[in-house]
Design a protein around this ligand. Sequence first.
Ligand code: FE2
Length: 255
Amino acid sequence: MNMNASAVHKISSHPRWVATMYEFVAPHWDNLVNGPWAESIASTRLSVQEMQGWILHIYPFIYDFPKFLAEALIKVEDDFSRTFLIENIRIEKAHAEHWLWMGEGFGLDRQQMLDLAEGGTPPLRDVQSLTDWVWRVNTKGSLAEAVAATSFAIEGVTGAIARKVCAGFEAYRDKPGVDMNPRTYKWIREHSHYDDEHPKFALEIVKHYAITPRMQRQVMYAAKRSLELLHLALVTSTQTLPAKATSAGFSREAA
Ligand SMILES: [Fe+2]
């Protein structure tokens, strides 16, 4: 995203508790970026069906993402945070469309993805947990918790994962059933480049609003919970092949 130049000047040095937060979330962050799930895409080892699994089942969360940010926007009291969230909502709406393009490139049906996001078919339990958590923290949590859970943790780790898997993802161009065109890799490429700044600006907002030790602890827990639930959602969705979850209205995986 492009915040205005004066916003960039607001980047400040980190207080001590931020280092503690990085240490606290590090194992969960590392599990996502360097664990078996990301490794299996980075080395193009997941089957095309497994790729379809996570692209389909995570889509409801991607579809809802701008709405989470809109809930946090209600809480803001300063222009920096307001600009960040408004801009981010606009960008994330476009990214939800790019996710559909990614799915189409891997042979998924656009309508199948939309049906899942719009409630026509039930989302996976672990994707529901992730979505409910991020929804709850954005509506009921403090602004610091909301931004830590959403833009710092989820968007931050997403950028790191995208950078990790980008080449392996594009190597699926050689697999039958995959059409690796510029629309297919747009989501991954964009997240490995320009989402870089979101977590940095998000951290500035968190630092501005988390002013008591109690709030700072809550922020750490919120970031950690997002990373834990994202990991579960990615692993489960990869193991749930699209046909199984959508062929029957009451599939066990979807219950
Ligand atoms: Fe995004």
